[in-house]
Design a protein around this ligand. Structure first.
Ligand code: SAM
Length: 330
């Protein structure tokens, strides 16, 4: 059996080269913070071997990968990433032509307000999304993927049975990472993405299509305008969700009231035998806002249990943030 090639870690361990290359690739396509890339492995390898082989491999798994041609991360990000590679290369080995060719491609290119981010699933396929470069744009927070969406998607990958064969409604879907991951990996019967903001809905529809999901595919997928403060009984009954999910929707005390009222209506349902399972995943940025959400749930007679977090790390995001997933009960 062929032994996989290993490189030395900064603390002297032997680690699989493919694992390091995958870490670079996963972080590159999700446009993670550059400081979070495993640069120390590259530096150690350059120290030991004075060879540009690892840089060339990294380049092939990132800027020169076919996924980058199809769904490129932002110009600025690629420029910064290549500059970091060149900095290491300059200190450790002979110049690598491909690296400078790749840089030349992005040096003159204009920065854009939109980019693609790709999130690699455990099987290797990518969920590629058109996102804004800025965290807030066009007056909304919904044009980028937030950590709670990644956390909930990872949790779903650990709990596929929660979604298998069921009709799932997602509230405040944003650009669609959680829902598309569930559609790809958890075999729901039907998935309804929703949001209220027109630009978000436009981008969400484009992303759903980009990832090959339509009303004709399995699962059946639709994107609906659903404002928490304006959803009608008719709309909720027509959707008929068995599972309702929402990621990063508890961030503004002004909108929490409307969300809680909707969750309360969903949990009361029209027939008690078919009450849906409701999961809300939040990044706790402001404890007062989050406590206020929970108090309002209590006032509506809704209790909650805190769920254990995802076991398998799939997506790159900071594990230092305080993210909580709760299941609601009426
Ligand atoms: C912080 S973003 C989270 C997006 C996505 N779930 C994620 O975690 O990446 C909040 C989302 O909630 C949506 N939203 C805010 N108020 C809403 C309302 N009243 N009805 C429906 N969606 C709403 C926004 O448009 C936005 O897409």
């Amino acid at each position: 059996m062929e032994r996989s090639e290993r490189i030395q870690s900064p603390d002297g361990r032997r680690v699989k080269k493919t694992d390091i290359l995958r870490d670079f690739q996963v972080s590159f396509f999700a446009m993670s913070r550059l400081a979070s890339f495993p640069w120390t492995f590259l530096e150690k390898d350059l120290d030991n071997n004075k060879s540009s082989d690892l840089i060339s491999d990294i380049l092939n798994q990132t800027c020169l990968h076919s996924l980058c041609r199809k769904f490129p991360p932002s110009v600025r990000f690629r420029r910064l990433f290549l500059s970091e590679l060149i900095r290491r290369e300059a200190a450790g080995c002979d110049p690598l032509d491909e690296l400078y060719d790749a840089l030349a491609e992005v040096v003159g290119a204009a920065d854009t307000a939109e980019c693609y981010k790709s999130y690699l699933l455990p099987g290797g396929e990518a969920v590629s999304l058109s996102e804004s470069v800025a965290l807030i744009s066009e007056g909304t927070t919904g044009l980028v993927t937030w950590e709670a969406a990644l956390y909930l998607a990872e949790w779903a990958l650990d709990h596929r049975q929660t979604f298998a064969g069921r009709t799932v409604l997602e509230l405040g879907s944003g650009v669609g990472l959680t829902g598309i991951t569930i559609c790809r990996s958890c075999s729901p019967n039907r998935f309804v993405f929703s949001d209220c903001h027109s630009s978000v809905l436009r981008r969400l529809r484009a992303n759903v299509q980009l990832n090959g999901l339509t009303e004709e595919t399995s699962p059946t997928v639709s994107v609906e305008e659903l404002d928490w403060t304006a959803a009608t009984e008719e709309q909720l009954q027509r959707i008929g969700a068995d599972v309702v999910i929402a990621a990063d929707v508890v961030y503004d005390p002004d909108v929490v009231g409307g969300l809680v009222k909707l969750l309360s209506r969903i949990l009361r349902g029209s027939s008690p035998e078919v009450l849906p399972e409701v999961l809300v995943c939040s990044t706790i940025r402001n404890q007062e806002t989050y406590d206020g959400f929970k108090q309002q749930l209590e006032k509506e007679g809704i209790s909650h249990e805190v769920m254990d977090g995802p076991v398998r790390r799939v997506f790159p995001y900071s594990r230092l943030s305080s993210v909580q997933l709760i299941r609601l009960h009426s």
